[in-house]
Design a binder for this molecule. Sequence first.
Ligand SMILES: Cc1ncc(COP(=O)(O)O)c(C=O)c1O
Length: 382
Amino acid sequence: MMEISKCVQKMKPSGIREFFDLVMGMKDVISLGVGEPDFVTPWNICESAIFSLEKGYTSYTSNKGLYDLRLAISRYLKNKFSLSYNPDQNILVTTGVSEAVDLALRAILNKGDKILIPDPSYVSYDPISELAGGKVILVKTTEADDFKLTPNLLKKYVSKDLKAIVINYPANPTGVSYTRKELLALSKIFVDNDLIVISDEIYDELTYDFSHTPLATLPGMKQRTIYLNGFSKAFAMTGWRVGYACGPEEIISAMTKIHQYTMLCAPIMGQLGAIEALRGSSGSVLEMKREYKRRREFIVSKLNEIGLSCRMPEGTFYVFASIKNTGMSSAEFAKDLLYKEKVAVVPGTAFGEQGAGYIRIAYASSMDNLKEAMARIEHFLK
Ligand SMILES: Cc1ncc(COP(=O)(O)O)c(C=O)c1O
């Protein structure tokens, strides 16, 4: 009899993937479900990867990632945020931010170490922390606080034996982000409680109403922050599988140790594409951002008009809309909407119990699709 690891047996399948198994095979569905840009990767990036293949760049790279990419990341963070990381000691290129999350958690958690994770939040933090042996404590955020972590809320959860916290902003699934002032107040709690902070800032370029402040730039934070970012969202490069982690040397070298046994390196074509992304794609990033912003304004006003209230998200390409006044559960609403109107959204509960009564809508879809989807949702509600 083969016995599967107890931890894996306990692990629930990803609520997003589970739901999208239903969508597969259905025709004419407008999918506002998966969090993936509807844009194709900018051509200069594709062209540079094609060219590199023609030149025969098909090998492994250094475990840490191509030096030129680490140098490009280091320069990019320095120019953009005055954030200094040494390409040799403080930067690791990973197979997407997904791998970076896994490595960061495994590098810091011992069995039973307590870690705070916001609820709702991106689907991997909780199961991967458990897999790494951590004891997850979910921080219940609510609509009354705009689904934000606040100092008052955090004070209820911190304790002497708390080791770490995961924070993600702009946030999947709520679209919430934090101003510098809000982050300063949170960082005081992180410093006072000597926490390691895994800060997933993968949506930083998609911040609409103010400029993004990386947590590591705040006083006392650089030495305790594992800064995660990647190319999937801002550069429309989900399939290229490139992300990176920056942080204190001992943490990055611990993460590199795991990475060299499990992944070896991120794909070389992806890494070469990423160098080009940082070199010459700021125009494309801005153009995509402008379009997302236009869609955000349309979708938020339309949802509120048809009775599904939602706040204006500060970032990402998600809105988190309340369906409480329909009397349906999130899963019932999403399934019914899919079967009756062929619009796919994700039940809020895929991101944690605090997502009950909400749905996540990704507006990474054309304006025509969004208009048609909103008309179908309006019809569904009637
Ligand atoms: C908050 C967040 N972190 C990480 C990821 C994973 O990104 P990647 O494609 O870089 O693995 C996602 C993808 O949806 C995400 O929303």
